[in-house]
Design a protein around this ligand. Structure first.
Ligand SMILES: NC(=O)c1ccc[n+]([C@@H]2O[C@H](COP(=O)([O-])OP(=O)(O)OC[C@H]3O[C@@H](n4cnc5c(N)ncnc54)[C@H](OP(=O)(O)O)[C@@H]3O)[C@@H](O)[C@H]2O)c1
Length: 237
């Protein structure tokens, strides 16, 4: 299998995204890593450079809730790579709050990051995907119809349902192209986000373990799976 690809990963500064960047870099891919925290992105870049001096990692500090993705983010991505083989929409936020207390501001914020930014990023990158590109949306098992639901997570889970539906719709809309769209609906993974959702509980899956799964899926599944919401949740929560 040829692992030498151009990969774009959002939400790269910590958690699952951080481990994903390491895994792709370790396998000599060119990686564009996007998130807000410059300090954490610089640390990630330094560590990758120490371990893999020839690594091709480009970090971009950007807030995905900014509506000017086309003007401010796309040119930065395309100044580093001309074609994208794999896009992993991994950035996400979770606000744990009861339904009756959820403000309109917070509601917008969650949807801006978890849904709007993914919609716009894919749309503005359409002409820059390689012929057989794989677009993976990192979703949540909570967004799957009929799955267990949890108090305080109504907005987060709804945003992931929207993301799941978008994944299916894009696979249909672009089925005549060779593009592949899938969503991975993750269960519990021990990260800062998980601690916010389920304080005091320890997840049994590590970001390293799930990043390995996502890495393998990104290369192996595109020949066989398109437009699917894959439930990757052995443990929840
Ligand atoms: N952990 C779980 O149990 C679990 C379960 C199901 C699904 N997921 C999904 O997995 C993905 C990764 O989650 P995680 O657990 O690794 O969370 P995490 O540790 O909180 O990391 C989230 C990442 O997203 C970035 N991010 C957040 N808001 C952003 C914004 N406005 N602009 C750019 N980047 C932003 C953060 O970086 P900055 O703060 O530096 O911007 C960080 O790198 C999410 O989509 C999440 O919904 C996680």
């Amino acid at each position: 299998m040829n692992y030498k690809k151009n990969i774009v990963i959002t939400g790269a500064s910590k958690g699952i995204g951080y481990q994903l960047v390491n895994r792709y870099i370790e396998n000599a891919n060119t990686v564009i890593a996007i998130s807000r925290n410059k300090l954490l992105l610089d640390e990630l870049a330094n560590k990758c450079r120490e371990k893999f001096p020839d690594s091709q990692l480009h970090t971009i500090c950007f807030d995905l809730s900014d509506s000017e993705i086309e003007k401010k983010l796309i040119p930065k991505i395309l100044s580093k790579i001309d074609k994208i083989d794999i896009l992993i929409n991994n950035a996400g936020i979770l606000v744990n709050c009861n339904y009756e207390s959820f403000s309109h501001k917070k509601l917008k914020e969650v949807f801006e990051v978890n849904f709007f930014s993914v919609f716009i990023l894919i749309q503005k990158l359409l002409s820059s995907f390689a012929d057989d590109a794989h677009i993976i949306n990192i979703s949540s098992v909570g967004g799957i119809t009929g799955s267990s639901k949890y108090k305080g997570l109504s907005v987060y889970s709804s945003s992931k349902s929207a993301l799941n539906c978008l994944t299916e719709c894009l696979a249909e809309e672009y089925k005549d192209l060779n593009l592949t769209f899938n969503a991975l609906a993750l269960g519990s993974v021990q990260t800062e986000m998980f601690s916010k959702a389920f304080p005091g509980i320890k997840a049994q899956v590590t970001p390293e373990q799930i990043s390995k799964y996502i890495f393998n899926f990104s290369f192996s599944a595109k020949q066989t799976i398109n437009g699917k919401i894959i439930n990757v949740s052995r443990f929840n929560p």
